[in-house]
Design a protein around this ligand. Sequence first.
Ligand code: NAD
Length: 323
Amino acid sequence: MSIPQAKLELRPLGKTGLNVSSVGFGASPLGSVFGPVAEDDAVATVRDAFRLGINFFDTSPYYGGTLSEKMLGKALKALQVPRGDYIVATKCGRYKEGFDFSAERVRKSIDESLERLQLDYVDILHCHDIEFGSLDQIVSETIPALQKLKQEGKTRFIGITGLPLHIFTYVLDRVPPGTIDVILSYCHYGINDSTLLDLLPYLKSKGVGVISASPLAMGLLTEQGPPEWHPASPELKSACKAAVAHCKSKGKKITKLALQYSLANKEISSVLVGMSSVSQVEENVAAVTELEGLGMDQETLSEVEAILEPVKNLTWPSGIDQK
Ligand code: NAD
């Protein structure tokens, strides 16, 4: 059986040779981290995303304490399409129980992930939120362990993820060129925070593919608002709430504007947005198509930028003291 796939813009991911859809499917919501998601809905959401041209799916054993990987695995299997038709990234080192970036744990981790995902290999294996481990251990122990997994064919490419941007330069400056294929940054390329922009020339010089996640700032730029656990300060939360209310009063969708803002920079290979329903998938894919055809609503963007100006690039602490 095959699913006729709509055409969505594909972008090359660094030097991997992979061409990823400009919007990638963030599967953390399938772990019910933003609210409960039924299995049937998860399967239907992934199917619709694939049908509309999304070929890149991102998960982690951490999301929902392995639930996201299990749901994504079921949903991908239900597509009944050749394995090469979709690109899957998962992560290692961060779990519900805590962090463990040891070689022994990451070796075990990929086998557990592959079982939950019902796959023989993943396309990308990321070290998840490395600022919570020793960055020197990431360089000397975790990345070499991932290189072995790459040689064994359990992952095709290696990535690192985290919030503070300095972690990427720290690690990339200490590993041989070509060791790390991609980085995944989050909450740093959206309307309220675009600090990833300054790092793009460096990442390009290293030949590293760039994935940017959370264009909706993990729910801050949505009408339903952020989840309880969101780490933003009250100041940032209330400015985003005001921006959302402004768009709503004009009959505009802030989610569309926010996603289009992130998508407009083509040096970012894929923008990962968390999705948990068919309607969200359809809205987000429509935002891509509309951006290509009509461009952005510059007037509303300027108004939203003005509201967010006092909190522009305001982030929150993440990780351990590396000294
Ligand atoms: P996000 O900014 O994509 O926001 C997700 C929230 O927005 C969810 O509640 C979702 O249901 C909602 N949403 C999506 N489309 C919507 C629409 N059209 N209308 C209304 N609401 C909508 O945040 P995220 O999910 O945290 O990030 C995206 C993905 O990126 C994650 O699922 C994950 O795969 C990845 N990610 C990775 C890291 C990391 O590696 N450290 C960190 C953050 C995110």
